[in-house]
Design a protein. Sequence first.
Length: 288
Amino acid sequence: MKVLVCGVGGISGNTVASVLSERGFAVRALVHRPERKDEAAALGAQEVVVADYDDEESVRRAAEGVDAIYFVAASYRESEPRWVEVMLRAATGSGADRFVYHSVLHPYTPSMPHHERKAKAEILVRASGLRWTILQPAMYAQTVLRIRQRSRDGELHVPYDPDAKFAVIDVCDIGACAASVLADDAHVYACYELAGAEIQSVREMAATMDRVLGEPRRIVQVDPKTLPLPPAWGERQRHEYALMCQEYDAHGLLGSSTVAELLLGRKPTPFADVVARDVRDAQTGSVR
């Protein structure tokens, strides 16, 4: 099966492209900038194409000759539902009748606009006439690692209640779930919540990082507006990030690991193992 993997260049697209390549899929990676082509090839992609979702002709060309499309957009993009429409039209025109949409856990959450946009995109996917599957992953374990990496030495800057509970999932497990649903038509027309098996607070995950990394840190709850957010973000993205932190502060983000276990054929990767692998990847220079 030849799969067009969108969003290569970000953690989700990179991981899915890498795992699908390892599992024997013929991967065509879609990148948005030419300078990302070598990175995409290093992930195992057999082909790399440059396309812009706002240039429908470039998207149509990117989809020519593929059997399936895996679509994931960068976070907090206001245009995501429109981009999904563009990609669905490209899939229909190219004859790629399998479409996997990378959504988010609990998209129907009015307090988080970027979740609601994914809910709107899910409606478009289900109405497309294609053979679709929707994946709804929980917060990535790698997000917690990134919080540590962006904090000052000796501290862990958490932008919500450190005792709020989460069911984080390893992004590599998401890639493995993507491979499972693409390999088996039994998953057509399914919408799957994907969460880890451990229900933990950031405080508990911080203790795991301290133990595995051998570097204890003091937890400091901070205003999300004070964090070093991506410089390309505008005021809207920063505001939506703050709204998400408020939701996490109040409710965390919880889900069941039942479906992930079904698709993986095992328990989702424990958080401690994700931390240890991150150390190994940093030592070896892994691009995933």
